[in-house]
Write a protein that binds this ligand. Structure first.
Ligand code: NOJ
Length: 575
């Protein structure tokens, strides 16, 4: 056998081994490992029937676009019947679809069409509270001895006109609502129209486990568990502490109330017992194919780790909301949070989140000059790090937060209560920008969408960016593809590099087999010189191959000397 032929054979053998290894990895790893989860706010994605509100058929019609991003799963915020006090997070029927969004048949079609494209549908499950119009609450409120009275948290006041204690609603002011008919107060962590369920009552738990079973049988691939840390309250109803500033004065929040410490109504240990049950039900109903994603605003990586369960028996993907919500392009802070996700979660995989329907979009990091490049930096951090990643519809085309200008235009009750200091969440919920035509292609011409189309839609839209290599959309698509095909980006661990650098965030992804990719992002508006010495890491870096680099960025030839343009990014294969 000639040497050349032998070399070809050994390459083929190696390629076959690698393919087999990749197949093995994908067989063993659950589908959500390394997944890209794309959050859709259904009211705002695509209006297919011209009523100004997005719907399920609209999403189905856009599945090919979603597929083009490399998305593995879509998380739909609530689509259940709802009086819309909190735009769907107040559910009045857990096993139906709100007619505004379509029918159960439309939902089944969405699941089936998504499946054809290898995209899974994850739905929101709101367990902490129902709508006050839900039949359970209507019964519960009907009399003190109704069998469902104990399904919610009812208490006597401290005296006439005085609530049971000082607890507050997340959405402003007191969290207890008086009911004149029965002379008691009910607890609502969120709006008064969202009474908290009593999770100490096993019947409540069983009813919700049946909801889980219902949707898994309909083909959902899992749930995003809303406000999951707030299921329990202190049964003794102790007051919460008032947070004080350095001078000892009470801190006043955006609603003008004293800020409370949240210790009696959030993150109580009992939550974990319920998470284990929810997981058992999901595992049994789906043959371990369903994922539980948690809305887990927690104080530290140690608290986040607990959400996976001591025996890996709670959430598979509690959201790591710390990385995406630094709110400032601060290299040291990003580095330490990503490093914490890499080193502080044991064997668990993080789910990094960039933004969502409750918080200003990615442009909160913008400087007004380099926004598009800053968008690329953020996408690289989220999609180039180890683990699963979640971003929000429209981030990929650079949609910006556009809050209403006038109080009379505000739809989110948070903004109604908090105006003008707190303008609410409408700004991050505006309709998807498909093109520069009427209503940005979201609703037909002549229809008034439920929220106004942002002026920026004229330039930031799918049609304007599609097929153009230097756009933000192209960057997202490329990253989405690369993290599936490149072994180091798909399976590699993560090591922070140049950890004293205050301008450039850089990290290495590497597999045990020796594949290595270096990612470097300039977090500043000035060019930065960087070099990397990877000797101590035992990484082969004789050759540097550019996998991706931002528009205008000079492709580096070696690790010894490179210049990153303002907010420039390079992604390099080392070998
Ligand atoms: C978190 C959801 O993301 C938010 O939109 C909602 O208002 C609250 N939970 C209450 O359900």
């Amino acid at each position: 056998m000639s040497r050349a032929f032998a070399k070809v054979c050994s390459c083929l053998a190696l390629a076959a081994m690698l393919t087999a290894a990749a197949a093995e990895t994908s067989r063993l790893a659950p589908w959500w490992s390394g997944a890209i989860v794309y959050e859709i706010y259904p009211r705002s994605f695509q209006d297919s029937n011209g009523d100004g509100v997005g719907d399920l058929n609209g999403i189905t019609a856009r599945l090919d676009y979603i597929k083009s991003l490399g998305v593995d799963a879509i998380w739909l915020t609530p689509i259940y019947p709802s009086p819309l006090v909190d735009f769907g997070y107040d559910i009045s029927d857990y096993t139906a679809i709100d007619p505004q969004y379509g029918t159960l048949a439309d939902f089944d079609r969405l699941v089936a069409e998504a499946k054809k494209r290898n995209i899974r549908i994850v739905i929101d499950l709101v367990l902490n509270h129902t709508s006050d119009k839900h039949a359970w609450f209507q019964e519960s409120a009907s009399s003190k001895d109704n069998p469902k009275r104990d399904w919610y948290v009812w208490r006597d006041g401290e005296g006439p006109g005085k609530p049971p204690n000082n607890w507050q609603s997340v959405f402003g002011h007191g969290g207890w609502q008086y009911d004149a008919k029965t002379g008691q107060w009910y607890w609502h962590k969120f709006y008064a129209g969202q009474p908290d369920l009593n999770w100490r009552n096993p019947k409540v738990a069983e009813a919700m486990y049946n909801v889980e079973r219902f949707w898994i049988a309909r083909g959902v691939a899992g749930f995003r568990l809303d406000a999951i840390t707030t299921l329990f309250e202190d049964p003794a109803l102790h007051d919460e502490g008032v947070v004080k500033d350095a001078s000892g004065k009470p801190v006043i929040n955006a609603f003008g109330d004293p800020q409370l410490d949240d210790t009696r109504t959030n993150n109580l240990p009992e939550v974990h017992d319920i998470l284990r049950q929810i997981r058992k039900v999901a595992d049994a109903a789906s043959g371990k194919e369903a994922v539980l994603i948690g809305e887990t605003y927690v104080a530290s990586i140690a608290d986040l780790k607990k959400m996976y369960g001591a025996h890996n028996d709670e959430l598979q993907m509690p959201m790591d909301l710390q990385v995406g919500f630094v709110n400032k392009l601060d290299v040291a802070r990003f580095r330490s949070l990503i490093n914490a996700a890499e080193t502080g979660l044991g064997d668990h995989e993080p789910l990094l989140v960039l933004d969502n329907h409750d918080n200003p979009r990615w442009d909160r990091y913008g400087d007004g000059v380099h926004n598009e490049d800053i968008g690329r930096v953020l996408a690289t951090v989220i999609l180039g790090s180890r683990g699963a990643a979640m971003y929000y519809y429209g981030d990929e085309i650079g949609m910006v937060t556009t809050p209403p200008m006038r109080k009379e235009d505000v739809r989110d009750p948070v903004g109604v209560t908090g105006w003008p200091k707190q303008k609410g969440r409408d700004g991050e919920r505006t309709p998807m920008q498909w093109n520069a035509g009427p209503n940005a292609g979201f609703s037909p011409a002549g229809v008034k969408p439920w929220l106004a189309i942002p002026p920026a839609a004229v330039t930031a839209n799918v049609a304007a960016e599609d097929g153009k290599p230097d756009t933000l959309l192209a960057w997202y698509r490329q990253l989405g593809g690369l993290r599936k095909t490149n072994a180091a980006l798909r399976d590699g661990d993560e090591v922070m590099l140049n950890t004293a650098d205050t301008h450039v965030l850089a990290w290495l992804r590497r597999t045990p087999a020796g594949e290595a990719v270096l990612l470097a992002c300039n977090f500043t508006a000035e060019p930065q010189n960087v070099s990397f010495d990877l000797n101590a890491l035992n990484v082969r870096a004789a050759n540097v191959l550019s996998l991706m680099n931002t528009p205008g960025q000079v492709v580096p030839r070696s690790l010894a000397k490179m210049v990153l343009k303002p907010f420039g990014v390079v992604i390099l294969q080392l070998h």
